[in-house]
Design a protein around this ligand. Sequence first.
Ligand code: HSE
Length: 429
Amino acid sequence: MTKTIKIGLLGLGTVGGGVPKILEAQAEKIKQSTGVEIVVAKGLVRDEAEKALRKTQFEIELTTNYDDIVEDEEIDIIIELIGKLEPARTFISRALKAGKHVVTANKDLLAQHGLELIELAGKNKVDLYYEASVAGGIPILRTLANSLADDGITKVQGIVNGTTNYMLTKMVEEGQSYEEALAKAQELGFAESDPTNDVDGIDAAYKMVILTQFAYGMNIQLEDVARRGIRHVSIDDVKMGQKLGYVIKLVGETSLLSDGVAAEVAPMLVPVQHPLAAIKNEMNAVFVESMGIGESMYYGPGAGSLPTATSIVADVVQIAKNIQSDTTGVPFNPYHLATKLAKDTQIKGKYYFAIKTPDRKGQILKLAEIFTKYDASFEQVLQQKANGEHARVVAISHTITNAQFKAIKAEIEQVEGFKLINTLRVLGK
Ligand code: HSE
C-alpha cells in the first residue's frame, strides 16, 4: 500500500485555498516522484464563521484550535500561511519542536526571525522550507541554493514586489494616479493587508534579506537594507526618466563587494534596454550576476493563489522525498559565511539629481563646481521648464561612491536658491 504523508494547513485563504487544488491536480505526478500520497488532513481557520464558509469550499477537517493540529501525531508537515509575526512564529516553533516539518511563505517572519527558526529545525532534525516567501511563483531560492551552489554570485537585482511594479506600470503607461493604481492592486489581491509594506519597500526589503542569505550565506538584518519606497516618485521624474531612456522601477539589489555585502531597495531608473525594464504589471523578476553563468534572469508571477501554492507544494514534495530517503534536517540553504557589511566608500552607483534652480546665469556652473569638488562628473545634464523665474535641472552622474553621493547631495541642499526635488539611483555601470 502507498504510504500517506499528512499535512496540517494553517490558513485557507487565497494561497492556502490553492494548496489542495495543486495536490489534487498533480496527485499522480507527485505520487510518482515521491512514492507517497500527500493529503491535507486538517485545516486551521480563524473562527466559527470562517469554518462555516470553508466547509462549503473544501472537504478538509477544520478546526479553530491549533493544538488539534500540532498535537496530531499523524500529521507530518505543517504549512503556515497566516502571515506576519504572531501567532505564526509561535505556531512554527511549536511545530518544529514537535518534530513536524514546516513549509511557509512568511517573508516577514523569515527576514526577522529566520535564523532562530532554522536553528530550531536543525536541532529537531526536521525541514523548514520557504520557497514561496520570495517572488511567489518563481523558484528562485531553490535555484540559488541548488543550481547555483557552484557559482560565485556577485549581484542579485530584483523586481520582487508585484504591487509597486503594477502601480508604477499603470502610472507610467496609463497616467493613473498613485491612489487609483494602489486601489486596483488591492482589488486584484496582490497588495499586503497593510499596503504600507508594499509602497514603502518593506516587503521588498524582507525579500532582499532572504535573497542575501541564499546568494552569499550572510545573515543581514532588515535595518541593513537601505530603503526608500515609491511615495515620493513624481510624474515629472517618470517623464524625465523616459526622456533620458529609463523606466522607473522599485528595485531590490544585494551586491557582494570587496569588503562585504550591500543591500538596497529603492525606486531606480532602469535603462530601457535592461531586461528588468521589460517586467510589467504585477510580474516579478530576479536578475543574477555570477562568475560562472554570467547574467541570468528568472521571471514569473510574484503572488496569486496557484503560482504561490505551486511553490509551497514543491517544498512539500521535497520534504516527502527527504522523508523517503531519510535525509531530513538539512537547512534549505546550507551555505554560511560570516556577515560583513560594505562601507559607504565601497558602495557605488550612478545617481539622478533633479534640482529646481533660479532661472539665472551660472546655475549649472554651480552644480558643476560641486561635482568637481567631490571628484564626480556628469553622464547627462538637461535643463527644462525655464520660465524666467525657475528652471528644472536634471543631472545624472557617472559612477560615484555612496560617500560622494551623500556629500554632493548635502552640498546641493545648502546652495541658496537651489531646491533638490529628488534623487534616484540609476541602474548600470
Ligand atoms: N504584496 C506582495 C507583492 C505579495 O505585491 O508582491 C507577495 O509577497
